[in-house]
Design a protein around this ligand. Structure first.
Ligand SMILES: [Ca+2]
Ligand SMILES: [Ca+2]
Length: 723
């Protein structure tokens, strides 16, 4: 400051000399022999009309002065001096460059009072008009959102993260550098300086790490930071298969399989495993990592106990299965044609049921699904007890609909059980349907994969019951696609218990006519039936992005609340006001299991977990025939989450959507959140898989049981009962 005022004094003197100096010296020089300034005009501009009172680095306002002669030509080498009513102007360069320009910075460091600063610049006898910069009590506000809250673990889609910078008056702030960071994954930012809409965007990917996890994304500018958002890497499937029951002293294989969201095996991944009662080791020794098929085989030895739960953890997922231990060697098993124990069978066949080592002279056999028969063609239903010969007896079982059957044998006052999953097989009259959602998607810019539609094929067996077919192979292919898009890999998928197989279509860069993309799903085997669906790739005119942090609100003692900030913009990135948004949640999976305190420092977290699909297969909220998989008479898990149903964007294009849910659902329920909006006939939507989160303080104390310490959906390791 001292330097500056000293310089001002000498400038005043120079001005005075010039004013009186016309009388002496030769043309072109003044009385000191220095060439007089030819400056005829000085134009002064500032890159902002306001400056933040914080005075923090990066809040400076850039001042540009341009000096010209009377002919309007830029003057090089002219000395420019600035005058300001307050604040500090740096003095890095005061001589005009070849463009006649001098650039300086105005700072208010050290004086946070709210005021108007008046600035002028002069060169020779020329002086600029005064400009003003308002000192405002404003650190900028940053809002961080993403076009999805989920990243598929298979790496088939990236998420676009948007940081929006506004001043205290809600005006967007261009030309400010935003620091965008993520605590894992890969985040690439092409231009960290806000554009005319005050926006910096980044592309978030899994960064080569498929582990299920939350990626925290944060954004900051000098003096301000955004509420971080969380993007969940999800879609890994960890399955555990084992014989449902074994006798004391026997061993059995427990097979672990790990695939990513695209169904590809996750290879060489560490697996941790535990059982409550008995010993579990890696079969054939070696380290506990998945092989090239994404599998690891463990060996379980039943040395005692009656019921055990085996749990495995890998890549951020937890899966559990139950094993019943028969204290005697009395056992009931379902055998295939070769005499091997089978865990699943096609409906409509006839499966052999073998009772061994039963006490007493007779055994009764019952099933929770289907019918027990006395003959190998399953034509005569078993009535009453079967006589035992050497503790052994044989019966048969069949069911007409898919589902899990529990077979129970009673003899000599003892009981033993096993389970058999009946599935509907592919038949020569199987049917396939194909649905696309959404039916209109936007174009993808080069390198982007964010515009996708999900193709869902459903296979039924074509019988009178029209059962959903599990384990059917469906091949997806593009019949026509003027957009230049592609299907996510792999394009061959297997149906689950809901009869559905899915793939995603990633839009190309060109728009198509209405229904211009045609995609086929074909059943491989059986009837080889095929179905087609069409979708449209259009120029989007509305963009919805949303974000929520890792904080929760507590509206009542029994509920939690997650708030989503939603931002709607048009194709040029400007906020769109008065857009009606509709929000909805749909459960995807519910979980059974229990939490335990992780010693020594916590927190409480799941130690056993069994994923069960939403029973509402057609998502209509109504219990339809065949949907009550666990047989409790109601649709599970229902929709225990309430969501702000409709909301309208404010003048800044923003709105808030809240999810409220019972505290005991944390860890035990996943939902899909959809936020849709339409304007001028085009629709846009935001979807995110939501893992309900709780208040960390509720899970941190060893002596205080958290809400949902056991799942409200039960602790059983099967989905076929409500226990
Ligand atoms: Ca339904
Ligand atoms: Ca149910």
């Amino acid at each position: 400051m001292n330097k500056f005022t000293g310089w001002l004094a000498s400038l005043a003197c120079a001005g005075l000399l010039a004013a009186c100096g016309g009388g002496g010296g030769s043309p072109g020089t003044n009385s000191s022999g220095v060439a007089p300034s030819k400056a005829a005009s000085v134009t002064l501009t500032a890159d902002a009309t306001t400056i933040a009172s914080s005075g923090l680095d990066g809040t400076e306002v850039t001042l540009t002065a341009i000096v010209k002669d009377s002919g309007g030509n830029a003057l090089v080498g002219e000395t420019v001096s600035f005058s300001t009513s307050s604040g500090t102007i740096t003095s890095t360069n005061r001589t005009t460059n070849t463009s006649g320009q001098v650039v300086e910075k105005l700072s208010v460091k050290g004086d946070s009072s709210l005021r108007t600063i008046t600035i002028t610049a002069s060169a020779g006898n020329a002086k600029s008009s005064a400009i003003t910069v308002q000192v405002v009590n404003a650190v900028p506000t940053l809002t961080l959102t993403a076009d999805s809250g989920t990243l598929p673990s298979g790496g088939t889609k990236d998420v676009t993260v948007t940081a929006l910078v506004r001043d205290a008056n809600n005006n967007v702030v261009p030309n400010i550098t935003v620091s965008l960071k993520s605590d894992s994954g890969s985040l690439s930012v092409t231009n960290a300086v806000t554009n005319a809409q005050g926006v910096v965007t980044g592309t978030l990917g899994i960064g080569g790490d498929a582990t299920s996890r939350d990626i925290k994304v944060s954004a900051s500018v000098t003096g301000a930071a955004a509420t971080p958002i969380v993007v969940r890497v999800s879609g890994n499937v960890l399955t555990l298969s084992a014989a449902p029951s074994i006798s004391v002293g026997a061993s059995t294989d427990v097979t672990v399989k790990l695939v990513d969201s695209a169904g590809n095996p996750l290879v060489g991944k560490p697996v941790t495993y535990s059982s409550n009662a008995n010993s579990l080791t890696v079969k054939d020794g070696g380290s506990a990592v998945t092989n090239s098929g994404g599998q690891l085989v463990l060996s379980y030895t039943a040395s005692g106990g009656t019921a055990d739960v085996v749990s495995v953890k890998a890549m951020g997922e937890l899966a559990s299965t139950g094993i019943t231990i028969n204290s005697s060697t009395f056992a009931v098993r379902v055998l295939d044609g070769s005499g091997n124990v089978e865990a699943s069978a096609a409906i409509g066949g006839c499966q052999q049921v073998a009772v061994t080592n039963a006490p007493g002279s007779s055994v009764t056999i019952s099933t929770s699904r289907g019918t027990v028969y006395s003959n190998a063609s399953c034509s005569a239903a078993l009535s009453g007890a079967l006589g035992l010969s050497g503790g052994a007896a044989t019966a048969y079982v069949n069911a007409t609909g898919p589902g899990v059957a529990t077979l129970t044998a009673n003899a000599g006052g003892q009981t033993t059980q096993t389970v058999l999953e009946f599935y509907a097989p592919v038949t020569s009259v199987s049917t396939i349907t194909l649905q696309v959602d959404p039916a209109i998607i936007g174009t993808n810019a080069a390198g982007s994969t964010s515009e996708q539609a999900t193709l869902r094929a459903v296979v039924r067996d074509g019988t009178a019951q029209n059962n959903l077919v599990k384990n059917a192979t469906v091949s997806f292919s593009i019949l026509s696609d003027p957009s230049g898009g592609k299907l996510t890999e792999p394009s061959v998928a297997t149906t689950g218990a809901d009869g559905a197989a899915s793939t995603n279509f990633i839009a190309g860069s060109s728009v198509t006519p209405t229904g211009g993309v045609r995609i086929q799903a074909r059943l491989i085997g059986g009837s080889n039936a095929a179905a087609t669906a069409t979708l449209t790739v259009a120029q989007k005119s509305l963009f919805i992005s949303a974000g929520t942090g890792n904080t929760v609100l507590t509206p009542s003692s029994t509920t939690y609340q997650m708030d989503y900030v939603v931002i709607v913009t048009d194709a040029t990135g400007n906020a769109v006001r008065n857009v009606n948004l509709t929000a909805a949640v749909l459960p995807t999976f519910y979980y059974k299991g229990a939490l335990a305190y992780t010693a020594p420092t916590g927190p409480w977290e799941p130690v056993s977990r069994t994923a069960c699909a939403n029973e509402d297969l057609n998502n209509n909220g109504i219990l339809d025939a065949g949907e009550d998989f666990n047989g409790n008479g109601v649709l599970d898990p229902g929709i225990p989450v309430t969501v702000t149903p409709t909301v309208t964007t404010d003048s800044t294009g923003r709105a808030t959507v809240s999810l409220v849910y019972p505290r005991d659902r944390v860890y035990w329920l996943d939902v899909n959140l959809t936020i849709q909006g339409a304007t001028q006939g085009t629709e846009s939507r935001y979807t995110s898989l939501v893992h309900l989160i709780g208040l960390s303080g509720d899970y941190s104390s060893q002596n205080v049981r958290p809400p949902g310490a056991t799942s409200p959906y039960g602790v059983s390791t099967t989905c076929s009962n409500p226990q």
